[in-house]
Write a protein that binds this ligand. Sequence first.
Ligand code: GCW
Length: 689
Amino acid sequence: MKNIYCSIILIFLTLCLYAEDGHQLWLRNSNPKPVNVVCSKTSTSLTIAKQELQNSWMGETGASVSLVIKADKAIRGDGFRIGKNAIQANTESGILYGVYELLRRQQTGEAIQEEICNPSYDRRILNHWDNLDGSIERGYAGQSIFWRKGSDVFTVTEADKKLWQEYARANASIGINGSVLNNVNASQLMLTSDYLQRVKAIADVLRPYGIKTYLSVRFSSPAQIGGLKTSDPLNPEVAQWWKDKAKEIYNLIPDFGGFLVKANSEGQPGPQDFGRTHADGANMLADALNPFGGIVMWRAFVYSASDEDRAKQAYLEFMPFDGQFRDNVIIQVKNGPVDFQPREPFSPLFGAMKKTTVMPELQITQEYLGHSIHLAFLAPMWEEFLQSDTYQNGAGSTVARCTDGSIFPQKYSAIAGVANIGLDANWCGHHFAQANWYAFGRLAWNSSIRSEQIADEWIKLTFSRTSENRDELALDWNLNFLSPVKQMMLESREAIVDFMMPLGLHHIFSANGHYGPGPWWAPKGMRKDWTPPYYHQADTLGIGFDRTSSGSNGVGQYQEPLRSTLSNVSTCPEAYLLWFHHLPWDYKMKSGRTLWDELCVHYDGGVQQVRRFQKVWDQAERFVDRDRFVDVQEKLRDQSLNALEWKDGCMLYFQKFSRKPFPYNLERPMYNMDYLIEKDTKRVGEYHH
Ligand code: GCW
């Protein structure tokens, strides 16, 4: 009897010990060894650096570590030189980044030899699409960590500060050095004094961690909150209003980063409302910020209800202004020409704007990749994008090199990621979505690290219990946890492409929720380019969007030889086939199958893949604490069901056009299309647009 009690108590203790809610992210406590940290200067940032070393040191017991701020030409920006027991940098942030790097390497067992680590991009920024009422556009992890409903928002609590500090620390640990605190669909209230006071409070917490604060601004603010008659950028009073506003902000926040602007896009106000151009608007704001060293990040995400191929519009609108922007304006371009789809070719603006600074915008939040339900590791998607060759300055002109200052002279270099962070205990909704926050930071710091390395690091930091017991169990852990889970992560994005929109299909989501399948979705009167049939173009003859010269000629926006590669159906990579070509159902694929069969094989393959992920995860049970294990297990179940809806919905719908049987070796549909459409119609009511 006594034994039973003992066992129960033991099990309970074990569960408590290993119960984790994920709040600690990749910064979980370890058993530190004693260390002596020597630093010639003192400051809040350096104190943080010191404490981090003392709290997590896993190097030699009793070692002495020196932190040295000393100018060195080989070290750029907030880069650092790292050694086993020393970190040197030009800046305090550099020291902090060096400390996190050293600790990370100790914890993951990566080699530490003397070397210099410089950042790929100077500005590594999170964009929060957080509204001032606390809701988050495309957020799937709870309410905003910055804003909330009601007047309560103007009181800064200790809990707020604690959370912001944890947030800042997590960012600093992966090199992120900027945060845009509010939605690009910005409220004019953002720039009113009460809200700016809160921004100041946030900035004060983020600053010691090397993070600059930025704001999204609404272009019509002068008229809406400034009492002016217009917001015309060429009106001197308007320009003066922005100058005064900039001064007011910099008085509160001397190191304020600048503005992010979504203008004349999806109904947002902008300079075109006054017959002015994007350059007029961006330059006016840039002039207001320039005396203080601020920048303007002006988004290129624009498309109108015209007949022009949506994928071509940003390029058409922005290219004429190349060279006309101030040097503190950066054009922020989404990775793909349409909208953060599971797979898109890179936007043709990258490398094409040679006299303007361009920065990539990635989406960390999984708007189009299963929200916080699907397990989707996005590093492979970003790696694919950053390493895409634009050929704009000869072969090897990757998107990364076109934007990081390697090819074009530019005063600033920057990269942004739309955050997936909310008030959920684990910050990101899905435990594995944390890996995307992590990956964004790591790639912004070093755009050439491989997804595999990022996954490897993240798993070790996030799931190992302590390094000691990982060492003991190393073989078992590596073989039966690290390796299969890493493989699953690396394959996860492709699985989603397969069951949602393979072979270059895109934007066939139902309604505006952007979760379930909706290739059929086309309500009467809806703007065509907001409906899936516009994108898939399926008919009895075939499927795909013809962007060759016989179609919209979207390919014409790419540089040779890429243009020819993409426009020639036999050289166009199959992953982009239906992005660029409309092809007959019996078109012969490289596999020898018809296009129809191949499409079905991908849909089916995606579903089977998620089921394999379920098996991988179930086998990982003994290595993971109960809470996180169950959470992920349940989400994989939901993902599996959703994958099946995608496969059945899309295959049954496209079959109406192809009029061909599903390959007989594949699983038969389990859903009726009508059922899925009805389910979808019920869901649609929940979404706006
Ligand atoms: O993809 C669309 C999203 C909108 C978003 C917009 C943008 C913030 O559906 O929710 O608005 O992109 O990037 O501006």
